[in-house]
Design a protein around this ligand. Sequence first.
Ligand SMILES: C[S@@+](CC[C@H](N)C(=O)[O-])C[C@H]1O[C@@H](n2cnc3c(N)ncnc32)[C@H](O)[C@@H]1O
Length: 219
Amino acid sequence: MSEKRKIEKRYDAWSRWYDAVDTNPLFGGKAQERWRREAIGLLELKKGESVIDLGTGTGLILPWISESCKGAHVVGIDISGKMLLRARKKGCADLVRGDLDCMPFKDSSLDKAIATFTLTTAPDPVAFLKDTARVLKDDGILVILDTGKPKKKGARAVHALISKTAKLSGHTKIDRDPYALLGKVPEMKIEKEKRYYGGMVYAMKIRKFISLNPIITPK
Ligand SMILES: C[S@@+](CC[C@H](N)C(=O)[O-])C[C@H]1O[C@@H](n2cnc3c(N)ncnc32)[C@H](O)[C@@H]1O
């Protein structure tokens, strides 16, 4: 079975419990809401702009995005049909079932994008980032909220342990290095970074730089 099919199946199976777990105070639901809302703030969404929630899942953040800017056009995309059925119940965005590596959108067609806990889940994070750069307009913003290696030594040891356990269970790859991944997509530049939870969770505001005009050779 392909990695993508595995992800689809895993989240189809998980869809029923996803919101209950992710919003439960016992599993840090309050903190997760705060991080997600702060990440939405980094989008600086304006009326009339389009924003895509990449790997929207059950659409947990869709109501918060809509709340943050009433006149924005919100779209969610995910590979898992069952997660999307949950997202549909939230009723505040257009939803697309699709693959983040080859999204059904035209080049330079969207103003903003957000990915909360998707970078560590997507089977091919570089393909996902490249396709996000393709669909974003020049000067567009991508916000990533995810788990990663903390900078402090002590926290690194805890992170390594959690990372191993997560891998054993075949789940998210929380040791993915966002700097290395973004380094492979030259038009995307990190503008701002926030750290939470001893540095194990980060939010990054990334801008797609305006591409240079094509070189015109004189006749
Ligand atoms: C950890 S969940 C995060 C969901 C949501 N963003 C949130 O914050 O609750 C990751 C989501 O990414 C989706 N996903 C992973 N790889 C994908 C891909 N290549 N194409 C589309 N969706 C993908 C999964 O189906 C899952 O719903």
